[in-house]
Design a protein around this ligand. Structure first.
Ligand code: 1GP
Length: 242
């Protein structure tokens, strides 16, 4: 295979991210809230959502974030939203879904469409797989994937060992989107994920929750708070930095 005709910028140092702010391209976000994100000290912005990841919405959000002081990553959950511009492309795989479609089938399907058309332009070094454990039964991702959200800390530890040590995936994401999760389960994941970075997201609405999650997670993700109380984001950043 010949070398890519495109030279992409180097990937940002995602291993150093302690605090990440997740923005949903499908949700309206005012200028004041965006300014609060920029001023918060967060390490990176991730665009992601379980619904509404249209090409137009993602391109619009990327344009608004052109002046971001921190790297902007894109969680690629639909084929149409895979557009150039982000500093990093996160590829979600759902470990605890019963259908292997969410653990590779959907991604291979997407590649089967992309490879023949723009294969030589794919920035492979900017793609980063995330091994998700989806744990809030009421979140959209759980409804879409049918994830088994009732797993125990021991079950989560086994998934973490499989992802981090056997499959050697770089990230294990403990996802409680919308609700604050079980810290014993997060601890079990951290203790068994081997070299993988452990990411936690879900229900962080104050410094207190951010501090608790940051005890076990390498990276803490805050989403809803930006839309509800953006002025509190900075205190979650301060809390994870200890
Ligand atoms: C969602 O993990 C993130 O994917 C953050 O969750 O929106 O509950 O903060 P919240």
């Amino acid at each position: 295979m010949s070398a890519s005709p495109v030279t992409w910028p180097p990937a940002p140092d995602w291993r150093a991210w302690r605090h990440v702010t997740k923005l949903d391209p499908d949700r309206p976000l005012g200028r004041a809230a965006l300014d609060a994100v920029y001023r918060s000290g967060t390490d990176a912005i991730v665009l992601g959502g379980s619904a509404g990841m249209t090409q137009a919405a993602v391109l619009d959000m990327l344009a608004r974030l052109a002046d971001s002081p921190v790297p902007v990553a894109l969680e690629v959950s639909t084929l149409e939203s895979a557009v150039p511009g982000p500093a990093l492309f996160l590829i979600p795989l759902v470990l605890n879904a019963p259908d292997s479609r969410w653990l590779g089938g959907a991604q291979a399907d997407a590649l089967s469409h992309i490879l023949p058309v723009v294969g030589e332009y794919i920035p492979w070094d900017l793609l980063l797989p995330e091994a998700y454990l989806v744990l809030n039964p009421d979140c959209t991702a759980a409804r879409i994937t049918g994830a088994d959200t009732q797993i125990t800390p021991e079950g989560a530890a086994a998934w973490a060992a499989l992802a981090g040590r056997v499959l050697r995936l770089p990230l294990v994401y403990v996802e409680y989107s919308g609700t604050f999760g079980d810290m014993a389960l997060l601890q079990a994941v951290r203790e068994h994920a081997g070299p993988a970075r452990v990411v936690y997201g879900g229900g962080i609405r104050s410094a207190r929750e951010a501090e608790r999650a940051a005890r076990w997670a390498h990276t803490v993700v805050v989403g809803n708070l930006v839309y509800e109380d953006p002025h509190l984001l900075a205190e979650t950043v301060a809390a994870v930095r200890g």
